[in-house]
Design a protein around this ligand. Structure first.
Ligand SMILES: N[C@@H](CCC(=O)N[C@@H](CS)C(=O)NCC(=O)O)C(=O)O
Length: 198
């Protein structure tokens, strides 16, 4: 299997962490090193990463689908049914919502200043604060080490620190920061952390 990815992408990083936690043999093709058209690699018509190429089967895209597939290969961490499953899928969606808001904020603010749309920047900034604030209210339910839900939340928080660092979520939510601190010496976390440079 080959994952088209880049560790800066919080969506791709979820799959990279899961593969390490579950010891799944998977090649990682960094699209930023595979040529200018790298984002279309992996037979993903949406032209996004991650995309998971599976020999003899269709390529999977959209990170929750890829994560669920990888998880299904052995001893799933995502519960198979009941409310425990919905709890994990909901937390995963909330984590992805951090990444979505950060990504949107980044791509609004990275434009030339003349093209800035202040209302849209404020909308994404407020979404980020609302989502992280909501997650912080549930910090006791987030679990550690890796679960299907917290995987996305950790990746989202790290991406927020990297691309929307003006919002100091650690200062705003100290208990969430303490919880996040339980992951940062984990081998899968350190091995996929790509935000030191830039
Ligand atoms: N919902 C998608 C989002 C993936 C996504 O937006 N990936 C970004 C990188 S962080 C991307 O490929 N952007 C390239 C583009 O949109 O052209 C997922 O969860 O996989």
């Amino acid at each position: 299997m080959k994952l088209y990815c880049n560790p800066i992408s919080p969506y791709a990083r979820k799959a990279m962490i899961l593969a390490r936690v579950k010891t799944i043999a998977m090649t990682e093709a960094d699209v930023t090193k595979d040529g200018a058209n790298g984002y279309t690699a992996g037979d993903n018509p949406a032209g996004k990463i991650p995309a998971l190429e599976r020999p003899g089967f269709s390529t999977l895209m959209d990170s929750p689908v890829i994560c669920e597939y990888l998880d299904s290969l052995s001893d799933p961490i995502l519960p198979s049914g009941g409310d425990a499953r919905w709890t994990q899928l909901r937390l995963h969606a909330l984590g992805d919502a951090i990444s979505d808001a950060t990504y949107n904020y980044r791509y609004e603010t990275v434009r030339a200043p003349a093209l800035h749309w202040p209302d849209m920047i404020a909308r994404h900034d407020q979404a980020l604060r609302n989502i992280i604030g909501a997650i912080a209210q549930e910090v006791d339910k987030l679990g550690a080490p890796w679960e299907f839900g917290n995987l996305a939340i950790i990746c989202g928080l790290d991406y927020c620190s990297y691309r929307a660092g003006h919002f100091d979520w650690r200062a705003a939510h100290p208990a969430l920061a303490t919880w996040h601190g339980r992951f940062i010496s984990d081998a899968a976390w350190t091995d996929t952390y790509a935000y030191n440079a830039d």
